[in-house]
Design a protein. Structure first.
Length: 121
């Protein structure tokens, strides 16, 4: 089933009927694009799943599916999948950026690698 604004109630009903606590419904027209439901949470989120280096990776679009239009989420997913097709790794890029931000915060704004500081590994 294509993920559209009109189909979201049917997808939510399918999740409720499944009896599962966590489930991703993938779009029939854009492989890798889906919407994730979790039991006990009223918030659903859009995801894109792809394979990189033999591993399955998943990105989540920040924000609630109740606020973000499925067509906008589909555009985001296409952009992420295009990056993968061109050899990129959007999930890895996000993790690297998060790690760099953490190092910057921990070092008081002066991010210095061990090599730059003259330390040996």
């Amino acid at each position: 089933m294509k993920i559209t604004k009109q189909n979201l109630p049917d997808i939510a009903a399918a999740f409720a009927a499944s009896g599962k606590t966590d489930r991703i419904f993938f779009d029939d027209e854009l492989p890798g694009f889906g919407i994730r439901f979790r039991q006990g949470s009223k918030r659903q989120s859009y995801v894109v799943q792809y394979e990189r280096g033999g591993e399955q990776r998943r990105l989540t679009l920040e924000g609630s599916a109740a606020i973000i239009d499925p067509d906008d989420a589909r555009k985001w997913a296409k952009q992420q999948l295009a990056k993968v097709t061109l050899g990129g790794d959007p999930g890895g890029d996000k993790a690297t950026a998060r790690a760099k931000a953490k190092i910057t915060l921990l070092s008081g704004g002066a991010a210095v690698s061990r090599r730059e500081a003259g330390e040996s590994a």
